[in-house]
Design a protein around this ligand. Structure first.
Ligand code: SF4
Length: 450
């Protein structure tokens, strides 16, 4: 079969950053499997380049038997437009195949996918997509069967990704030609703001250290890769695998630097020491809050004392820590925010950023907000926005909320009043600084004349 794999265009406005463009690794595994099974693969990454796909031109050039679209909630509108373009091609006869949709949005919003879509795969597609194409699976909404042994997945189709203009660097690591990998799936934790488990499930599966190293060796030998960014929820969760990987890097003599994402409770001094000696330069940590009360509310399952200990250990071993925090979670007080700021001051992570909370379908907090009605706006793609979102984006991002979501927010909470005071204070401070500079200039001129 000839299968066209598409990603959905990034929206012009979104409450989450869409500027970072890295290869769609989940779709990559489907394409790798498709090739292995003898299918011809076409790939157009509309998330990377919105105008990359012209249905009319494409179908006039190539015979396509199936179109498989990767859809996430943020890209829902663009993805649906793309589906309509494919459906129009089917109506006019230039495309005669079937239309399939997969990706994270199917787990939380399958009902928003148009009726003309023939099959919707929820969860993992490496088995179910091909059962559909074989005709073994006939359902419209198909619960994807998880791929249990990730070692048996083929290498990603790097030849398709290597020539495209993806981000090939990491801000905190000095290396060019950094490729992104994802070596594990599933999350056993239950953070109330997160919907990962509705996509990948709760059981943590991972590739063995040897399998990961084999793919890295291939990337170095064929593409001259200098760095790897493990873009997955917690690369270090299985300590035995982590230590084997680090020792394997050292004994193999492979020359590359790496960075990963993980949780503070999945790191200790033994791991960090070996990570540093095997080329780890940076670790991204979802710390979320400096208030234990909020960490508990978020179901994060970590203690502040662990955060402080791990940040100190990373610094000691020369690994940059990047901490992400969430602000404006329903129930968070200004005092909680002050505690977060105090944690940042105390621990001095290598870098940190705040994300203003947005309710994500499929998460526990989202359900709670829906029931309580404690939100000011629900966007077309079902995201929930807290009251005072406009003040929070001003304070935490320095931009008006209209740049992120087309809605005029009006409500304010006590938390927002404090943020407004801080904003006014910094504006007043800036005016005062400008005035002082002006006086100093006048004084200098006066002295010069004298
Ligand atoms: S935030 Fe991370 S640790 Fe928590 S549930 Fe989501 S993926 Fe798991």
């Amino acid at each position: 079969m000839n299968i066209l794999f598409l990603t959905s265009p990034a929206p012009e406005r979104a409450p989450f950053s869409t500027t970072e463009k890295r290869p769609p690794l989940g779709l990559g595994y489907l394409m790798a499997r498709a090739r292995l099974l003898g299918h011809q693969v076409f790939f157009v990454d509309c998330y990377l380049e919105a105008a990359a796909f012209d249905a009319e031109a494409f179908f006039s050039m190539y015979r396509v038997d199936a179109v498989a679209l990767y859809l996430n909630t943020i890209c829902l509108t663009g993805g649906i437009d793309l589906l309509h373009a494919v459906a129009r091609a089917r109506e006019d006869g230039s495309f005669k195949g079937i239309i399939l949709v997969g990706g994270p949005h199917t787990s939380v919003g399958a009902e928003s996918i148009p009726d003309f879509v023939d099959h919707i795969v929820i969860g993992e597609g490496e088995i179910s997509l091909f059962e559909i194409l074989d005709g073994q699976e006939k359902g419209r909404i198909v619960q994807g069967k998880p791929w249990q042994d990730l070692d048996t997945l083929p290498f990603l189709p790097w030849d398709l990704f290597a020539s495209l203009p993806y981000h090939k660097s990491i801000p905190w690591v000095e290396a060019d030609n950094v490729f992104t990998m994802n070596t594990s799936r599933g999350c056993p934790f239950s953070c109330t703001f997160c919907s990962v488990k509705s996509v990948w499930g709760k059981s943590y599966r991972y590739q063995s250290a040897g399998r990961v190293l084999a793919e890295i060796r291939h990337l170095i030998e064929v593409y001259g890769v200098e760095g790897i960014y493990f873009r997955e929820d917690h690369f270090t969760l299985n300590k035995a695998r982590l230590l084997e990987f680090c020792r394997g890097v050292v004994s193999s003599g492979l020359q590359f630097v790496w960075a990963c994402e993980t949780r503070v409770d999945a790191l200790d001094e033994e791991s960090i020491t070996l990570m540093a000696s095997s080329g780890c330069k940076a670790v991204y940590l979802g710390v979320e809050s400096g208030s234990q009360r909020m960490l508990d509310r978020l179901g994060k399952g970590i203690q502040l004392v662990e955060v402080e200990r791990v940040l100190m250990l990373l610094k000691k071993h020369g690994i940059v820590s990047y901490c992400s925090f969430v602000a404006g979670i329903p129930g968070e007080t200004f005092l909680d925010l002050l505690r977060t700021k105090a944690l940042i001051r105390r621990t001095q992570p290598g870098a940190h950023a705040f994300a203003v909370y947005v309710g994500i379908p499929g998460s526990e907090l989202y359900r709670e907000m829906l029931i309580s009605g404690n939100y000011e706006h629900m966007s077309d793609n079902g995201l929930l926005f807290v009251p005072g979102y406009h003040v929070k984006t001003r304070y935490f991002y320095g931009i008006p909320s209209e740049q992120l979501v087309s809605f005029r927010f009006r409500r304010l909470t006590g938390y927002d009043l404090f943020l407004l005071l801080l904003l006014a204070g910094s504006k007043g401070g800036e005016l005062l600084r400008r005035w002082k500079r002006r006086v100093a200039r006048l004084a200098a001129l006066a002295v010069g004349r004298g």
